[in-house]
Design a protein around this ligand. Structure first.
Ligand SMILES: [Zn+2]
Length: 448
């Protein structure tokens, strides 16, 4: 099966920043066989897609999410992070596999419709009677058609241990580690074209013991999977860390073996200049979540400083309970605006924002060999954006149109060469069905 996109602008996001005002992409099977400027070569029997008026970019990579939170959007609207968590934990404690499957399906659909082909989902709530939460997320990704990096999260530090979550939604330390190892054995695929990979993800310093952080790192490095956690999100966390452990969150992570080129950290908002250097020197990635950070009012991450230091920064929508929109293309726009409010108009360019959404995200997830840019031999995960409608026609530069302009309609989204979105509609599932499921999942959680 060969598919040829013709007559589209291309932003490849390769290391040289190659772009073509009009070019083509040839897809054979699940990989890119050819691409370049000008008219496409004639290939007998190929299926032709007219890309005129469109921009083709790599499929986007979401580096931080909590898909289950699609069932609890619009709540706790004026809380700090800790207040927001304390209000929502008891509701999340009622999660069952059906609710999580509906929430994850809706969240993944929204991501696909905003150009995202690979999603890291940090799932850390495993109620004792909540059914098979990991299976619910994995099956939702298969249903919608996106790649999934399931971050098997965990919490073992409830209120009685000085943590923030109620005791009834935390796991026993050894049980959490065993369940994480089980999820890796069951779902992790190390192949280059993997649809599902698994990472370890103890939730955060204020909900996880040191023993779990250290044990999770040992597990990840023993079985060669990546590591992810929340870090340095709020000043409250910073103060608690200094009070309790006598160091900053980044020093705490370093002490526990939680920095390295196999680690990516969610948020990284409150960083000292030394911490930026430490993160960069260790090869650690960060997931920048501008909308969620703004919704909770925690501050603006020093993204320009991190990028300048060479840190692989990706973008994340974060859980939908702190970002009701949950769309990835929108995060490029937000990232650019917030970086400029912090550091002025030269602090982040539209192309740097696109890089974070694609190549930067792929580096965070350890997928740079196969994802994150358009290149011969890479997986055919790509997004084709329509830019000739009223909201974008005439914008001087297609990348600026995509990043600075309104969210663009998505003409085509391919994951491994397979169409998941056509003409702004999912090809895999009827979105009206997903909407009904989401509404029912929300009622099931809040009406109980
Ligand atoms: Zn998060």
């Amino acid at each position: 099966m060969t598919l040829v996109i013709t007559g589209a602008a291309l932003a490849t996001v390769d290391d040289a920043g190659t772009e073509h005002a009009s070019g083509y992409v040839v897809v054979e099977g699940d990989r890119i066989a050819d691409l370049g400027a000008g008219p496409a070569p004639d290939i007998a029997g190929a299926s032709i897609v007219d890309g005129s008026g469109c921009l083709v970019t790599p499929g986007m990579v979401n580096t931080h999410h909590h898909l289950y939170q699609w069932a609890t959007r619009g709540m706790s609207q004026t809380c700090t992070l800790f207040e927001w968590l304390v209000e929502l934990y008891p509701i999340w404690g009622r999660l069952d596999a059906d609710v999580t499957h509906a929430a994850a399906s809706g969240g993944l659909a929204r991501l696909a419709l905003t150009g995202c082909t690979t999603v890291a989902d940090h799932h850390y709530v495993f109620p004792a009677d909540g059914g098979d939460q990991a299976a619910a997320v994995v099956s939702a990704a298969g249903r919608i058609g996106t790649r999934l990096h399931l971050v098997r999260g965990s919490m073992d530090r409830g209120e009685s241990g000085g943590g923030l979550p109620p005791d009834n939604i935390v796991e026993d330390t050894d049980a959490a580690l065993a369940a994480t190892e089980e999820a890796i054995a069951k779902y992790h695929d190390p192949a280059g074209n993997a649809r599902v990979r698994v990472a370890v993800g103890p939730c955060s310093p204020f909900s996880v013991t040191e023993r779990l952080m250290i044990g999770a790192a040992e597990l990840a490095r023993r079985v060669d999977v990546r590591m992810h956690t929340h870090l340095a999100e709020t000043t409250d966390e910073d103060e608690q860390c200094r009070r309790e452990f006598g160091c900053t969150p980044v020093e705490y992570a370093e002490r526990l073996g939680w920095l390295g080129d196999d680690v990516w950290l969610a948020h990284a908002v409150h960083l000292t200049p030394d911490a930026v250097g430490t993160i960069a020197a260790s090869g650690t990635g960060t997931a920048h979540c501008p909308t969620s950070n703004a919704r909770i009012g925690v501050g603006v991450a020093p993204v320009a400083d991190l990028l300048a230091a060479g840190v692989p920064v990706g973008l994340g929508v974060d859980g939908a309970a702190s970002n009701e929109s949950g769309g990835l293309a929108e995060e490029m726009h937000q990232a650019l605006l917030f970086a400029r409010q912090r550091g002025g108009p030269t602090s982040l360019s539209p192309r740097q924002a696109l890089w974070m959404a694609t190549a930067g995200g792929a580096r965070c997830l350890g997928r740079s060999d196969d994802l994150g840019s358009l290149a011969v031999g890479k997986l055919a995960d790509l997004a084709m954006w329509r830019l000739d409608g009223l909201t974008h026609a005439g914008i001087d530069d297609p990348v600026a149109a995509l990043v600075l302009g309104a969210p663009a309609p998505l003409e085509l989204l391919l994951v491994g060469g397979e169409p998941v979105v056509r003409a702004n509609q999912l090809t895999t599932v009827d979105d009206r069905v997903l909407a009904r499921e989401l509404a029912a999942a929300h009622r099931k959680l809040v009406d109980r």
